[in-house]
Structures are given as C-alpha cells and as structure tokens.
Design a binder for this molecule. Structure first.
Ligand code: MOS
Length: 777
C-alpha cells in the first residue's frame, strides 16, 4: 500500500473509532445481541446433538465434486510457469517450443493475455477478495520470485506440464529487497489492521517495567508458514456466452464473483461461482492469480479450462504467514500481579497487501496489567504477499505472550495456571468494554483437574523415564468473536412442511452444512429431514466470508433475520381465523412444524394449516441481519486453557507430544461432534507450528526453497497423540444462538503450551519456532 492508501485506511479507522465510542455507550437494548436469542432457552433438541456430517456419505464414497472434478466437454488443462527472479522485467519469453509440443492448444503470456484490471485487494471494498492488488500477467514486470509468467493450455494435464517445462525466459533483474534484517535497517512503519493502528498504550509500561520487582524481557521469533490444505487450489472455468462460470475451492464465493467481475469489466451477475466442497481453506482459499489466469486463458482460447495448482504452485502464488520478531516484557509484583505488559515487534509484508501478521491481537484482552504497550511495526519486502493464515495474529502472538507468562511464573516460583488466574481482568484491559461472556477461569479449573495438572513437578528437567525427559506446560488460547457485515438468507417453506435455506456460505470440511441444518431445523421447529441447507454458490443471498471463525455467527444471524421475516409473513397469511390471531411477530416463534406463542406454546398452528387456508403452496422470504455493532459494545472472545505433556529424548533431542487437552469456553456448542474435530484440527496445526512447520525462504533471492510436503513438515498421525477436548458450553447471551467461533482457537496457545512443556521437561527455553531437535541438543 502507498502512503495515500495508508492514510485512507487510517481515516476510515478514525471514523470507525468514532462510531465505536457511540456504540460502546449505547444501551444494550439498542445493540444486536442486546436481547438474548430466544433459542438459547427454547430448545427443540437439534442444537447440541452430536449429529454426524450430512455430507459424510458423499465424501467417503468419493462422489462429492471438488473444484477440479467437474468434467466439461472440450475442456483443456492448464499449467503455469513461474519467474525465477524477485524483481525486474522479462526481456524475452520464448514459447515456441511449448507451442509446438504435443497437445498444446495455446500459450498465454503478458504479450497476448486479455486486458484486465488489477484485483481489488481484501478490505479495500466490502466484496474485495484479492490477496494483493497487483496486475495479473499484464506487463513485463516481475514483482516476486515465483510470479506466473505463462499459462500453457493442452489437451491433457501431462501435455500441459511438459510444454510448460519448455518455456524459456530471460530477465533483466533489479535489486530486490528480500532480507528481513536488511529491510529493518531502512526503518519500519506502523502496522495497520482493518484500518486501525496495531498500537495500544495504557499508562507508561516501560517505566512500570523498570520499577517492577520481578520481570522477564525476551524476544521470540516465528518463521514463515505456507498454506497446505489437502485439496490443492483449483478451478474449472467456462465462458458460456458472456457468463463466466467458475467451480472454485473458495471461502468467499460472493466476494470472488464481484472481484473477478471488476477485473474483467463485466457485471457481477455475469460471474457465477460455485464451491460446494472445499478440502480446507484456513485463510488461503481466497482470490489469487489462478482463478483469473484460468478465466483469461479460457476466454483467449475459447475453451473451458481446468487449472489445478501443483503443491509447488500453491507455495509460489498463494500467500502464507509472514515471520515475526516479538518482544514480550512482563513486570510483576511478588504476588504475580502484572504491573507492566509490553508486546511489540516487527513483521514484513509487501507493498501490495493489507495484512501485517497482527501478533498483538490476543494480548489486547488477555490480562489485567496496570500498564500496557502493544505495537506492530512493518517493513516491506519484494516477496509474494502474505495473507490470513490459521488464526492470523493469535497463533504466533500467543506463542510469544504465553511463553513469557511461563517464564514469569518460573521467575516468581508460582504455578503457571495460578499466575494466569491472578491476572484475570474484570473488563477488557485495553478497550475498557465489558466482556460479553468470559468463563476462562472455569475452563482453567476444569482442564487442570482433567489433565491432572497437580501431578506436574515444577522443577525443570526433574522428571525422567529412561531416555525420556517428561514435562507439562500450559497456555491460554484466545480468538475474537467476529461477525462481518453482509449476511443474508432466504427461506422457502412449502405447504408440506419442508424448508430450504439459501445462503452464499461455505463448507470447507468444518461441518457448516451439518451444524446449520441443525440450527435452521431448530429455529423453524422442523425435523432435520425437512430442512435443506444450500450454500457454496455466489448467486445465493449474502456476502459471507468463511474466515475469522465468524461464518457461523454470520449464518446464524442471517437465518434468525429470515426466520423473523417468515414469522411476520405467516402471521399475515394466518389472519383472524388462526389461534395466533392478533399476536405481534415478536411474541411468536416456531415449534412442531408450525408457529406458536413463545410463552404460551399451546397457541399453535401448523405451517401446512396456515398455507393451506391462504391457498399457498410455498412462501419465500429473504432478510439480512442488523450490522454487527455488538462487537463495538462488548469485548467478545472465545477462550481456552491448553495443557500439554511432552517427552524429550535426552540423547537425540526429539520431542514427542504425549498428551494434550484443550479446555474451551466458546459459548454454546452447536454440534459437539463437528466442534470436537474443529478444536482437534486446530490443536494439530498448533503442534505443527510448535515443532515442525517452517517455510525456508532464501533471503538472497526471495525464493521459497521447500515448496513441497516432503520438505515442509506438517504433523502426521505418528506425531499426534489422542487429543482430549472439553468445553464449558455456557451460552454467550449476546451472540446469535449463544455461540462464538471455534474454527481457529485450537491453534492459539498450543505453540506456547508445547514450548512450556519442553521447558518443564528439559530446562531449555526455546524462543524460536519451530522447536526442532537441533535446538534441544
Ligand atoms: Mo481464517 S485465517 O480467517 O480463514
């Protein structure tokens, strides 16, 4: 971003901050969530059931169509060639051999690609989906090492891959800035997140630190990480007349349709994106160059195109997590109460993206400290734009913060659980807002008991079984409740008592379709079999991002709004002959296939009866929820207490996690079965973050050196113990359904819980992730 873009973002931030003050002071009843959702109390038995995935059978039978599995007549296969320099220009690109290779249909480069506008970068507009705002194959410029320079289309994938290998480019390289340390010597800039500075100050924390009787002050480093969803990024695209149909693997279909329409200069309605199944998103399945290149090449060649990125391709063109250097300094009294809390540091981004890794986010609401200083500085490198990745901010921020808490507990000679309980805040320590619901103390107590935390020997390196040093560690997990604007849902109800919910939401494997079939059935008072939940299609209502652990809140609020609209319409149709006659829509809810008075449920009429009397076969309503002002009125977060037992081999330095427990406080749990998988999946990612994940980035050339799962290690079954999860299940009175997000919290706190267990096992404090065995020898 340029300085002008920064200034615009900042101005927007100031506006938001002004509105935030007004909303903070408003009475509860003016704010969405001010009146608790009646479904927190009225239960028909669907919510909270451990229902198995409704999409399970099609997935295990292999009949669920993923983006690269839609067959289209006359379709061709694409392969990409990537630049091998970080900055400069293409002098010559020789495509003759590729064009002459067997099966090749066309080769697209900047010389013949259709003219396109740059992608709208995420957050620059309400439906912007781009990971950056760089032109896509429009000129001879090279902006990062790995940028696509050519698309080959051929009759088979093998022919495309072969022909791509025949492309020869010569470059005029310019000096690129690819070293983090080198960039820092040129100065840093204030990091911004959603238009607001990543900076908070309460009192004078540096002064309070100097004066504190007990202190720790250390620097923690986390490496680059890359997205590695099981399903590779893929699209199958076809131009049908002026309409562009894209089968994508997406966590934001409506945003992507709008953004691609902007790039091609066509109407939003001319781009139709479907994404019924996604093999993992994690922040990476947004708009990158592959969807655009496939669409442009399909247009150029007049043939439908399938483009599946190779695993290397995902590393070359899909942004990941940037590295961080974080200082955490804690000053405490001898009682462990924090007097100073400092969390600051630096992370690189590019000039074309909007997301510095916001590692101070978890610290904003974590602990009561008398003085606080939080700050993120950025530098800009010539690299692939980094992006949202698995709890951006919280996953690496909690590693630093929660490691430092453990160091402080050790310095104080205090139990690390007790240290956290002693610093539990009454209200949000930086915003001053009341918490919507915070039962982290219960989560800590219940978790400590279940994990048998009292068996931990506080002396580091003191527990040995043969060659294995055994230790236990803990850490706080936290992730915000978000609900982004743009939700909307349509409900169609038939006289036979069948309901269809339409919303442009996403199922990326987390159980959305299952949980929201339950939610909709519960709200409508229908059996599960009578509800169909349609999603993953940009022509459906709503602009819903499956990210920020907020999709469930967004869908839930939208279904509530549509249900309220349905009640209103049905009451009109019911008329004066109904037992419901004269009731205000607010007094009416659903049960047993019909409407009833909420506090007098025997005043009831079935949908079939209402629609029959009105001579209607179906009724359709669509509605949008109010804007998400609740997040400006309360401090809203999911919480967790993470417990880890680790065994470190005294001879080889190998670390093995032997037990793990996540004890969560995330509001009402809608489906314990799918929720458990969400928690466990996050924790497994956290184990990878702690022990193995690291992108090897050659700081001389800006090239990623380990773009494969052979060289970029993620946990496999042998690395993962039986992970235990539990939760408070205390509904948050201020969220739809009483639920808060559960998608990302599992990866937060986990890195520190492992590092702290390793310290307890060995006496070695490792502040640089990943904790590989060389660091323990
Ligand atoms: Mo998540 S990183 O917001 O998809």
């Amino acid at each position: 971003m340029t300085l002008i873009d920064d200034a615009k973002q900042l101005a927007q931030g100031v506006l938001q901050a002004g509105m935030a003050k007004v909303v903070a002071l408003a009475p509860d009843s003016w704010v969405p969530g001010g009146t608790p959702d009646p479904l927190i109390r009225h239960q028909h038995g669907h919510i909270g059931k451990p229902l198995s995935r409704i999409d399970g059978p099609v997935k295990v039978s292999g009949s669920a169509p993923f983006a690269a599995e839609f067959p289209i007549e006359t379709m061709v296969y694409a392969a990409l060639a990537y630049s091998t320099i970080a900055k400069g220009r293409i002098v010559e690109i020789d495509t003759r051999a590729a064009e002459a290779a067997p099966g090749v249909v066309a080769v697209m480069t900047h010389r013949n690609a259709p003219r396109l506008k740059p992608p709208p970068v995420f957050l620059s507009a309400s439906k912007a989906a781009g990971g950056d705002n760089l032109p896509v194959m429009q000129d001879d410029r090279i902006r990062w090492n790995g940028e696509p320079i050519a698309v080959v289309l051929a009759e088979t994938q093998e022919q495309a891959d072969h022909a791509k290998s025949l492309i020869r480019a010569t470059y005029e390289a310019e000096e690129a800035l690819t070293g983090f340390a080198q960039a820092k010597t040129r100065g840093t800039r204030q990091g911004l997140f959603m238009g607001e500075p990543l900076h908070n100050e309460v009192g004078d924390a540096e002064e309070a630190l100097v004066a504190a009787p007990v202190k720790v002050d250390a620097t923690y480093r986390t490496p680059r990480h890359n997205h590695n969803a099981i399903e590779l990024h893929a699209v199958t695209v076809a131009w049908q007349g002026d309409t562009l149909r894209i089968h994508d693997a997406s966590q934001l279909v409506s945003h992507t349709a709008w953004s691609i329409a902007q790039m091609f200069g066509i109407d939003e309605e001319q781009v139709v994106i479907t994404s019924p199944f996604v093999g993992g998103g994690f922040g990476g399945k947004c708009l990158w160059q592959h969807q655009v290149l496939a669409s442009a090449a399909a247009k150029m060649a007049g043939r439908p195109v399938r483009l599946v990125l190779s695993r290397e391709g995902v590393y070359r063109i899909v942004g990941g997590r940037a590295p961080t250097e974080q200082r955490v300094a804690l000053g405490a009294g001898r009682d462990g109460k924090l007097k100073a809390l400092i969390h600051e540091g630096t992370t690189p981004k590019t000039s074309a993206n909007v997301l510095p890794e916001p590692f101070i986010l978890p610290t904003r609401s974590a602990y009561a400290a008398e003085a606080v200083k939080l700050d993120v500085q950025t530098v800009e490198l010539d690299m692939l734009s980094n992006t949202f990745m698995r709890a951006p901010g919280e996953s690496v921020g909690t590693f630093a913060l929660e490691s430092a808490l453990d160091e402080l507990a050790h310095a104080l000679g205090l139990d690390p659980v007790e240290l956290r309980l002693r610093n539990e805040p009454e209200k949000d320590p930086t915003s001053g807002l009341p918490f919507s619901s915070r039962h982290i103390v219960e989560a800590w107590r219940a978790g400590a008991e279940r994990f048998c935390w009292n068996r931990r020997n506080p002396a580091p390196g003191a527990t040995r079984e043969g060659e294995w040093l055994v230790g236990m560690g803990c850490a706080t997990a936290t992730y915000p409740y978000y609900r982004m604007p743009g939700g909307a849902a349509r409900i169609t109800l038939t006289r036979e008592g069948h309901a269809t919910i339409d919303i442009a939401a996403h199922e990326m494997g987390m159980g959305t379709a299952t949980a929201h079939t339950q939610v909709a059935a519960e709200r409508l008072g229908l059996p599960l079999e009578a509800v169909a939940f349609n999603y993953g299609d940009s022509t459906l209502p709503g602009v819903v991002l499956a990210g920020g652990s907020q999709q469930t809140a967004s869908i839930g609020a939208s279904v509530i709004a549509a249900h309220r609209a349905l009640v209103k319409e049905l009451l009109k149709l019911a008329g004066n002959d109904s037992p419901l006659a004269g009731l205000d829509p607010h007094e009416v809810g659903s049960r047993d296939g019909g409407l009833c008075k909420l506090d007098e449920s025997e005043r009831h009429e079935e949908y079939a009866s209402i629609l029959g009397r009105a001579r209607r076969d179906t009724i359709t309503v669509e509605a949008a929820p109010p804007p998400p002002l609740e997040t400006l009125h309360w401090s809203m977060h999911s919480h967790g207490a993470m417990f880890c037992e680790v065994r470190v081999n005294a001879i080889t330095g190998e670390a093995r996690v032997s037990r793990f427990l996540g004890s969560f406080d995330c509001g009402r749990i809608l489906n314990p079965k799918t929720a458990s998988s969400q928690f466990r999946g996050g924790i497994i990612m956290g184990l990878g973050l702690a022990l193995m994940e690291e992108t090897q980035f050659d700081e001389r050339s800006g090239r990623i050196m380990n773009p494969s799962l052979a060289e970029y290690h993620v946990p496999v079954h042998m690395d993962v113990p039986d992970i235990d999860v539990m939760w408070t299940d205390i509904p948050d009175p201020h969220t739809p359904m009483g639920a808060r997000g559960i998608g990302e919290i599992g990866i937060t706190g986990t890195g520190a819980a492992v590092a702290n267990a390793i310290f307890n096992a060995t006496g070695r404090r490792i502040r640089d992730l990943p904790i590989t065995l060389d660091k323990l020898l």
